[in-house]
Design a protein around this ligand. Structure first.
Ligand code: B4P
Length: 193
């Protein structure tokens, strides 16, 4: 079983590329952002809580996010592997994920980071905001807050995974197809799945 983390700043294309990767390598795709948005659309208690953070561009608290993630892994334990999209986003989330996977004889095999500069990210997010109805996409201050959250809480994961020799950066500029090909080439260069 192989498990990958898709890593990158807000809007770097994690969700976009996760669809292609999970299809080709038959990985179960877990997007914490999508799970929160599903809960919001169903007006659950978790959704209401998540919304109060997401709408401002902040991260949802770790204890809530980690519990939801563990349940999702348990419910899909027969999968060929997992593709974690947007998780982990803090050192606590990464530590808990490592310990949890270890307890069920699994591990993260690679963290693949999409690298895109902030000017391009702002333009992608504002563009999506015209149709997405996502409040966190529509306002430059909220978008900047998402970058601040990334810089304060998430970017330290680069060292965390580098120290484990599991960090693989990929150029995230270009067309969706070009980036997908770069990701396929990288994953195919690992030991056979
Ligand atoms: P996420 O749902 O993870 O979303 P994201 O960071 O905005 O975007 P992603 O990188 O997936 O980009 P996408 O493919 O959509 O997070 C949203 C919020 O949820 C967070 O801010 C936080 O509040 C909360 N949250 C989620 N996980 C959490 C966690 N673990 N802990 C705490 N809180 C958590 O692409 C963006 C846009 O660019 C799209 O419109 C796409 O079409 C376009 N695009 C993609 N690739 C492109 C390309 N090559 N060229 C041009 N446009 C492209």
């Amino acid at each position: 079983m192989k498990n990958f983390v898709l890593f990158g700043k807000p809007g770097s294309g994690k969700g976009t590329q996760a669809k292609h990767l999970s299809e080709k390598y038959e990985l179960y795709h877990i997007s914490t952002g999508d799970l929160f948005r599903k809960n919001i659309s169903q007006n659950t208690k978790l959704g209401l809580l998540a919304k109060s953070y997401m709408d401002k561009g902040g991260l949802v608290p770790d204890e809530v996010t980690i519990k939801m993630l563990e349940n999702e892994i348990k419910d899909n334990s027969k999968s060929r592997g997992f593709l974690f999209d947007g998780f982990p986003r803090t050192i606590d989330q990464a530590d808990t994920l490592d310990k949890y996977l270890h307890s069920i004889n699994m591990q993260i095999n690679a963290t693949i980071a999409l690298e895109v500069d902030e000017k391009e990210l702002i333009s992608r997010i504002i563009d999506r905001g015209k149709t997405s109805n996502r409040l966190d996409d529509q306002n430059i201050e909220k978008i900047k807050n998402r970058f601040n959250e990334y810089n304060k809480k998430t970017s330290t994961l680069i060292k965390y995974y580098k120290d484990q020799n599991k960090f693989f950066p990929v150029n995230g500029h270009g067309s969706v197809d070009e980036i997908t090909k770069r990701l396929f080439d990288l994953i195919d260069s690992f030991n056979p799945l």
